[in-house]
Ligand binder design. Structure first.
Ligand code: SAM
Length: 273
């Protein structure tokens, strides 16, 4: 039986451990969330106490479990067409400004893509406004730290309920309706899915991209990091923007007061020099 002090120590260990591996800050108030989410993992693994689970995470055999713990503790909430004004800005302002000299090829990065709704939304907007049939050539890179979220994203299958923000005409053009056991589900068509490369990437570790991006969406992830970590993340990310490229963050996030190489055009929209 663990004492209250031991239990507190275990929660503190989890908070520090997740911070060290992902730079995600799970504040003390998140204790109930930590218990509930790791409780599921423990039941699955047959581990009786949080103390044993912490021991497992520290052990050599527990190293694979580290990713599952991160997956369980990160919040992957997202939906199609979320914070829609960003997509309008992308197609009406950002891309026309950057592509003014006749450039037909460009890249967009969805940097914390969760279960894929954000990159597929980007793909639908681009397909509608920059059709490949008219000579446009664009690619999307979509990354996340969570392998579980990425597996869903890569599959590209969504329930009817999750499709509720997508206009009917877009569903017809970009999705296949499921039959039989897939009744009530929709799968992204290969023409759209084929423009998107999904891969695991921790925004706080060193990473590379083969080509720079005209626009980066890094939305609703910064909120989990402390200010020095945000500064580091944006500085690193800005290196992968073309000159005058755009960085879009979540509506409730801000880079105010951070020393970063992008300037604010309007709330949540930034531009590299
Ligand atoms: C709330 S979701 C946001 C999804 C989408 N961008 C949106 O705005 O709807 C946050 C995502 O950030 C991811 N994430 C958290 N820490 C990360 C890190 N260090 N590197 C990359 N992705 C991370 C989580 O796995 C989660 O999928």
């Amino acid at each position: 039986m663990s004492t209250a002090t031991e239990e507190k120590e275990e929660i503190e260990f989890i908070i520090a451990f997740i911070y060290e591996r992902s730079r995600i800050r799970l504040h003390d108030g998140k204790e109930a969330l930590i218990r509930a989410r790791l409780g599921k993992r423990m039941r699955l693994l047959g581990i009786p106490t949080l103390r044993d689970y912490c021991r497992f995470l520290r052990s050599a055999e527990g190293q694979e479990e580290v990713q599952s713990a991160i997956d369980a503790l990160t919040t992957n909430y997202t939906h199609f067409l979320r914070e829609e004004s960003h997509f309008d800005f992308l197609i009406k302002t950002a891309l026309p400004a950057l592509l003014a000299k006749g450039q037909r090829r460009f890249n967009v990065w969805s940097a914390a893509c969760a279960t894929g709704e954000e990159p597929y939304t980007l793909g639908m907007y681009l397909a509608e406004h920059f059709p490949l049939a008219e000579g446009w050539d664009w690619r999307l890179t979509a990354t996340d730290i969570s392998t579980k979220a990425l597996a869903t994203a890569g599959q590209g299958i969504y329930s009817e309920e999750r499709m509720r923000h997508v206009p009917e005409a877009w569903i017809r053009r970009h999705f296949q309706r499921g039959h039989g056991r897939w009744e009530g589900h929709y799968r992204v068509k290969p023409a759209l899915a084929g423009r998107i490369t999904f891969r695991q990437l921790n925004l706080l570790e060193a990473y590379q991209h083969a080509e720079p991006f005209e626009v980066i969406f890094c939305r609703n992830v910064m909120i989990y990091f402390d200010r020095p970590t945000q500064e580091q993340l944006v500085t690193r990310m800005a290196r992968f923007l073309v000159p005058r490229g755009y960085l879009l963050i979540g509506h409730s996030e801000s880079l105010n007061g951070l020393d970063v190489p992008v300037r604010c055009l309007r709330p949540s929209i930034y531009q590299a020099s």
